[in-house]
Design a protein around this ligand. Structure first.
Ligand code: LLP
Length: 395
């Protein structure tokens, strides 16, 4: 049973993200179970997926590290209690102040994406009389079967250092005074459900490690294979947990770690997507010339995924205060709707042609799987206030 049934939605000030912390805790427990099968596996939560302070504190308290992509995320991770020694800092465009903050905070490592960036990190570390630990993000040129906007591991993508330049950058780092190269980093994309993609990534990492061995480059202590594990957006209540077993088993069966190497994963979406719902209210039901629209008070400003990626999120009509008293919403019959928001953009559409119980002004609508890349991608376009957040925990 979801934590956002019709009764629990009553009285919420909408639009509102509702986070189910019991589901989050159970998700974290399942990830921990998988990690515990291997002495040298670690998970750094990709905090870009959800940086709500309560959510971050739960994940930090469960002993995970953090993958950050900005100075703001490093600050949020530190404030939530993530250990600096478990924080990595990625991103193609790190600003000088962000590099300084990371060095001052003594985080575990930078995931470096270019020679130009390596030189800047070395020079800032020198000014600060420090040594910056770096992993190189190598573009593995491995495709992921997911949306084009969220693949990152192809040669044509902007991310990472070309694989043919790997040895050059590792040697270059060895000659620099204030950086220490400690590992390799990879990430092929997001919302990946086909384990073959992760298998191919691990095979590519094996090839790259063989190349480094053959070149006489000493073994590095960290192999970071990134995140990307997908979740079930179609049927979240029946499948609230991603297949962590398949993910970690695929890595363990394919990746050949060297003696003493630590493995890091950077799951984001799979940690937080299913614990979150965006609860919104029907403002108007409008009959257009060819379609019937349910106009809700949440918009693409609160969940941009459908507009930006054509993403599908399950949508439920939970009914209104009076329907719960007067009986079952299913007694109303159903109708076909486009569910749209109030923003002045034609792409402000959550779903088209879906069947829902007949909608009325005041009904609560639940947009499922909104825990990842919902709140963190929200904007104030149209000068809208940001939605409320309600965290629920029973256990
Ligand atoms: N590591 C790196 C280097 C990444 O770039 C990302 C996500 C992750 C880890 C976490 O990936 P996850 O486990 O969450 O798939 N806004 C998009 C997703 C963008 C992902 C960006 N990078 C969406 O809503 O689908």
């Amino acid at each position: 049973m979801s934590t956002v049934d019709s009764k629990l939605a009553m009285g919420l000030q909408t639009p509102c993200y509702v986070y189910d912390l019991d589901l989050l805790d159970e998700t974290l427990r399942r990830i921990r179970n998988e990690l515990n099968k291997h002495a040298n596996y670690h998970q750094h939560y990709a905090i870009k997926a959800n940086t709500d302070p309560t959510v971050l504190r739960h994940i930090a308290a469960a002993g995970f590290g953090a993958d950050c992509v900005s100075g703001g995320e490093i600050r949020a991770a530190l404030a939530a209690g993530f250990a600096p020694s478990e924080i990595s800092f990625a991103g193609v465009g790190k600003a000088d102040w962000e590099i300084r903050l990371a060095i001052e905070s003594d985080i575990e490592c930078f995931n470096v994406e270019s020679i130009a960036e390596l030189e800047v990190i070395n020079s800032i570390a020198q000014q600060m009389n420090a040594t910056a630990r770096v992993c190189f993000r190598i573009n593995p040129d491995v495709g992921a079967h997911t949306h084009a906007n969220i693949t990152t591991g192809l040669a044509e993508n902007k991310f990472g250092i070309a694989r043919e330049d790997m040895q050059k950058v590792v040697r270059l780092a060895g000659e620099m005074s204030n950086v220490k190269c400690i590992g390799l980093h990879f990430h092929i994309g997001s919302q990946i459900l086909d384990m073959t993609d992760f298998r191919e990534l691990c095979q590519r990492v094996n090839e790259l490690q063989d190349e480094l061995d053959a070149a006489g480059i000493p073994t590095m202590s960290i192999i970071n294979v990134g995140g990307g594990l997908g979740v079930d957006y179609d049927d979240p209540d029946d499948h609230p947990y991603a297949d962590f077993t398949a993910f970690y088993d695929t890595i363990a069966q394919t990746l050949k770690l060297r003696e003493g190497q630590q493995l890091i994963t950077e799951l984001g979406r799979a940690v937080v997507a299913q614990m979150g719902s965006l609860v919104t209210k029907v403002l108007y039901v409008k009959q257009g010339s060819v379609k019937q629209f349910v106009i809700v008070d949440a918009g693409m400003t609160d969940l941009i995924r459908p507009a930006l990626y054509g993403a599908r999120h399950r949508i439920e009509n939970l009914g209104a205060e009076d329907t719960t008293e007067s009986g079952d919403i299913s007694a109303r019959g159903t109708a076909t709707y486009d569910v749209v928001g109030p923003i002045c953009e034609s792409s402000d559409v959550f779903a088209t042609g879906i069947t829902l119980p007949v909608a009325k002004r005041g009904d609560y609508i639940r947009i499922c799987s909104a825990g990842a890349y919902g709140q963190t991608m929200a904007s104030q376009y149209n000068t809208r206030p940001l939605p409320n957040v309600v965290c629920r925990q029973n256990n």
